[in-house]
Design a protein around this ligand. Sequence first.
Ligand SMILES: [Zn+2]
Length: 134
Amino acid sequence: MPLAYPPFKSCPCGSGRSYAHCCGPAHDGSRPAQTPEVLMRSRYSAYALGNAPYVLATWHPDTRPSDLHLNPATRYLWLKVHEACGEEVEFSAALQVDRGERYVLRERSLFTQVDGRWFYVDDITPPTLDAPEG
Ligand SMILES: [Zn+2]
């Protein structure tokens, strides 16, 4: 079950707005994300809140995993959106697992619109850009 999150608290995606005026309406279905960047932020918030159903529901059926297990020991420290252009969003997210080392995940995501709704398709980060060799 997703964690309950106070609507007046600042949104986990780091927008500076309250959850009720940021990712909350996307999560509860009252206002689906209107752009890839908004969807990307709401998916990050969903990961942070352990809301696996939302992550799956916004994943394109062609690439969606059949099951998604979010590790409750993973902390989502911050999100930074570098570029949002057309159907692509490039971002960095800082994570920490089991209070261990922090690491930063950088990804360029591809989104697509189906029947007026945005869906996450895949990570299209060029493999030479940031991935360490070997
Ligand atoms: Zn948000």
